[in-house]
Design a protein around this ligand. Structure first.
Ligand SMILES: Nc1ncnc2c1ncn2[C@@H]1O[C@H](COP(=O)(O)OP(=O)(O)OP(=O)(O)O)[C@@H](O)[C@H]1O
Ligand SMILES: O=P(O)(O)OC[C@H]1O[C@H](OP(=O)(O)OP(=O)(O)O)[C@H](O)[C@@H]1O
Ligand SMILES: O=C(O)c1cccnc1
Length: 492
């Protein structure tokens, strides 16, 4: 078993989670429940959507969350925590509830993708890992989806392990990339851990090690006659690489009854070279030999290569995919939305100068609204105990443009959050990575408007508030601004 299969990451939390938890404990609030929503404010790369990923690792983390004796000794050494609190931590287990979008759901800004309803201490302790997993995996899944969409059906392979921000980013990044639609990864550890198909060609070092390019190709083809993809750009693609690949296909593979699987181009003008290589391969009767390309690719270069009429069958993408290089932060946040008072959860709001930073208070439900043709036209937030009746002609409020209302007659609604953990126990069925990936694919191809997935200036998916929810939020905002005026040292 590797260090990653059995390591304890329970202490992966920000210090303030425990200093606050200690405070809640000391003041007797450890049994007071609260609700926190996770949401993000802007799609990466100014895109129109994001892909929710990382839920499985969140569940695993929360299920295993506990403090070992060594953890407690370390915390004691910090001299910040009461002894009684440290004793309480010895038997600590997460006892709350979690609701979330199913992993792989296409998501949009400012809607609660995950909600924690738990004792304050428990809720505070899971914040860091929840955000860490969502912020990373959703970002990489989203970036990959953009790249995959640009590739228009041609496979995209994750080649990013060497450029990732260390080991976890490579391994969980490969998982997220597969969820986002990558066809495979070069990362063996990710293949082993998550069952992702492995894929690979050869490095320049293999070609450079041998005293001739032909010998390098021949040896590789002899070893891997079913799977050889030869790297043809070490010396000269058209004068050396492609002719040597053709020779190996004819002299070594054909006598074995095998066909050359492919060649890879990793430098130069990839459109021009792919076209030249295609002609040469076809002239040699190798129409089925595929042409793969790599070299600092991203969704824009891939789109450009296709628009130029290149002959490319697949893309290997490293740094820009695994680091989401063009926009490397998703920015999901974890905000308190309600605090329990006796039997009820009282909504809480954080007011901000910027309307976009004012939180959506209270327990709520979020629905995806579909038109008759099955396409998602908006998401809708309601009060938690509201009964949604789309047949009734309600006017739903767009918080970005409150003067604009929408109605959803002849539409259907699907509630997006599902129970994930109840009373500390997992209730969310384990879904295979194939299922999650397929779910993303199905939503993108069948439910999501092309106007939402285009790379530039996409349509902004509507997020509306039900009249009851809007009324509650407006009342809270009004009350918060009144309270401000009565504060003794208010500035104005
Ligand atoms: N036809 C094309 N259209 C748009 N972008 C391209 C095209 N061909 C290659 N590119 C991209 O242009 C960039 C070229 O990178 P770079 O300047 O490092 O050249 P190179 O060919 O890798 O040079 P070197 O031989 O030094 O490796 C890469 O990001 C590559 O994917
Ligand atoms: O450019 P990226 O999108 O990150 O894709 C991965 C890159 O990694 C390899 O190059 P590298 O120079 O590391 O090794 P090599 O000598 O085998 O080409 C590969 O040839 C790609 O160019
Ligand atoms: O298998 C490959 O071709 C590969 C793997 C990692 C990085 N670059 C290329």
């Amino acid at each position: 078993m590797s260090q990653y299969d059995d390591r304890n990451i329970s202490m992966m939390m920000d210090l303030y989670a425990l200093t606050m938890a200690n405070g809640y404990f000391v003041y007797g609030n450890e049994k007071t429940w609260a609700a926190f929503d996770v949401y993000y404010r802007k799609n990466p790369d100014d895109g129109g959507f994001a892909v929710f990923a990382g839920l499985e690792q969140i569940i695993e983390h929360i299920q295993g969350l506990h403090f070992s004796e060594r953890d407690i000794s370390y915390l004691r050494e910090l001299r910040q925590f009461d002894d009684a609190f440290l004793e309480y931590l010895q038997n600590f287990r997460f006892s709350g509830d979690i609701y979330a979008f199913p992993e792989g759901t296409i998501m949009y800004p400012n809607e609660p993708i995950l909600t924690v309803i738990a004792p304050m201490i428990d809720a505070q302790m899971v914040e860091t890992v929840i955000l860490n997993q969502i912020n990373h995996q959703s970002l990489i899944a989203t970036k990959t989806r953009r790249i995959v969409n640009s590739a228009q059906g041609r496979p995209v392979f994750d080649f990013g392990a060497r450029r990732a921000h260390n080991v976890d980013a490579a391994v969980y990044g490969a998982r997220a990339a597969y969820i986002g639609g990558a066809a495979g990864t070069s990362n063996i550890m990710a293949g082993k851990q998550f069952g992702i198909p492995l894929s690979g060609t050869m490095a320049h070092s293999w070609v450079m090690f041998h005293d001739s390019e032909y010998k390098a190709f021949r040896r590789y083809a002899e070893q891997y006659p079913d799977d050889a993809v030869l790297l043809v750009d070490t010396y000269d693609v058209m004068r050396s690489g492609v002719p040597n690949a053709i020779r190996v296909a004819k002299e070594i593979l054909e006598p074995m009854g095998k066909r050359l699987k492919g060649v890879r181009l990793d430098s130069g003008d990839l459109a021009y070279l792919s076209n030249r290589a295609r002609i040469a391969l076809n002239d040699a009767g190798l129409e089925d030999c595929r042409i793969f390309v790599s070299n600092s690719l991203d969704e824009c270069t891939i789109r450009a290569l296709i628009l130029q009429g290149s002959n490319i069958d697949g893309f290997g993408v490293g740094e820009s995919l695994i680091t989401s290089k063009s926009d490397p932060v998703l920015g999901a946040v974890y905000k308190l939305v309600a605090v329990q008072d006796k039997e009820v959860f009282v909504p809480r709001i954080k007011v901000s100068e910027a309307a976009s930073k004012t939180t959506n208070p209270g327990l709520k439900k979020v629905y995806r609204i579909y038109c008759e043709k099955g396409q998602a036209i908006a998401d809708l937030i309601t009060v938690a105990d509201e009964i949604l009746n789309l047949a009734k002609d309600s006017r739903y409020v767009d918080p970005e443009k409150p003067w604009q209302n929408r109605s959803f007659t002849n539409c259907s609604a699907k509630e997006l959050q599902e129970p994930v953990i109840k009373g500390g126990r997992r209730v969310y069925p384990k879904r295979s990575i194939e299922e999650i990936r397929h779910y993303v694919e199905q939503q993108i191809s069948q439910e999501t408007w092309k106007e939402v997935t285009r790379l530039e200036r996409p349509h902004v998916h509507y997020l509306d508030l039900s009249p009851a929810y809007n009324e509650m939020k407006t009342r809270m905002l009004r009350e918060a601004s009144m309270a401000d005026k009565f504060m003794p040292n208010a500035l104005s």
